[in-house]
Design a protein around this ligand. Structure first.
Ligand SMILES: CC(C)(COP(=O)(O)OP(=O)(O)OC[C@H]1O[C@@H](n2cnc3c(N)ncnc32)[C@H](O)[C@@H]1OP(=O)(O)O)[C@@H](O)C(=O)NCCC(=O)NCCS
Length: 202
């Protein structure tokens, strides 16, 4: 496998200075939504495959960073504006619901992979995706040593959003994937997939 870092040093992070103001009625928080919210966001945003609660639980344990946006419908004055700052670490308020999320898995040194980018349909095209991306890139800039390599897989909807932040098609390299099937009778609609620790215990 080629080392993507070897020839993309200076292109890995866009020089674009991110800033994103959330529209009124939303707050961005560092961390993950609840597991049911995570599953619902993946199911309902459109275009993402459904996952099981077991997958969600383990996935969240493996994040390098995550952020999500809540609707503050119950308290619209609580809108938070991001201005090159990190996501708010404040606790979730009563009545706020998760409407968007994104996660980063990474080694903290140089490799960062952005995943789980999802905004509920009713809340799309309001700048929430942009706010999440700005927050994630600010976090990487702040925490990672210079020269980070950030990548993601973009579908049609995502391409224009990510392009605004300087993401480009890799030159010369080809993304490859391997999808492992669920065991027969198991899958996102049930919880028959054994936990890894239970499998090992046997
Ligand atoms: C892709 C997604 C995360 C974008 O989130 P969003 O909050 O709607 O994005 P924003 O409002 O911040 O949009 C920022 C820019 O991205 C582009 N964009 C966003 N949605 C788009 C769409 N459906 N079609 C074309 N461009 C789009 C536009 O350039 C937009 O700027 P504009 O509204 O000023 O024209 C959201 O559509 C989503 O969750 N889709 C379903 C799940 C998914 O596909 N995830 C991404 C996997 S790669």
């Amino acid at each position: 496998m080629s080392d993507p870092h070897a020839h993309k040093d200076d292109q890995s992070l866009s020089p674009h200075k991110e800033h994103a103001n959330l529209p009124r009625g939303y707050r961005i928080l560092a961390g993950h939504p609840s597991i049911p919210e995570y599953l619902a966001l993946r199911r309902q945003a459109g275009g993402l495959s459904p996952k099981t609660a077991i997958q969600a639980e383990k996935a969240m344990g493996g994040s390098w960073y995550a952020a999500y946006i809540v609707s503050t419908k119950a308290n619209p004055d609580a809108t938070q504006h991001l201005n090159e700052s990190q996501a708010d670490l404040m606790n979730r308020n009563e009545g706020e619901t998760a409407v968007a999320m994104a996660r980063v898995i990474g080694d903290g040194g140089w490799y960062f992979h952005i995943i789980d980018f999802a905004v509920l349909p009713k809340h799309q095209r309001k700048g929430l995706g942009q706010a999440l991306m700005a927050d994630i890139l600010n976090r990487i800039r702040k925490e990672a040593p210079p020269g980070a390599y950030v990548n993601l897989i973009a579908n049609d909807k995502g391409q224009a959003l990510y392009g605004k932040f300087g993401f480009k098609e890799p030159v010369g390299d080809l993304g490859m994937e391997l999808r492992m099937e669920y065991p027969e009778g198991a899958g996102p609609d049930d919880e028959k997939i054994p936990r890894v620790d239970e499998t090992r215990a046997g």
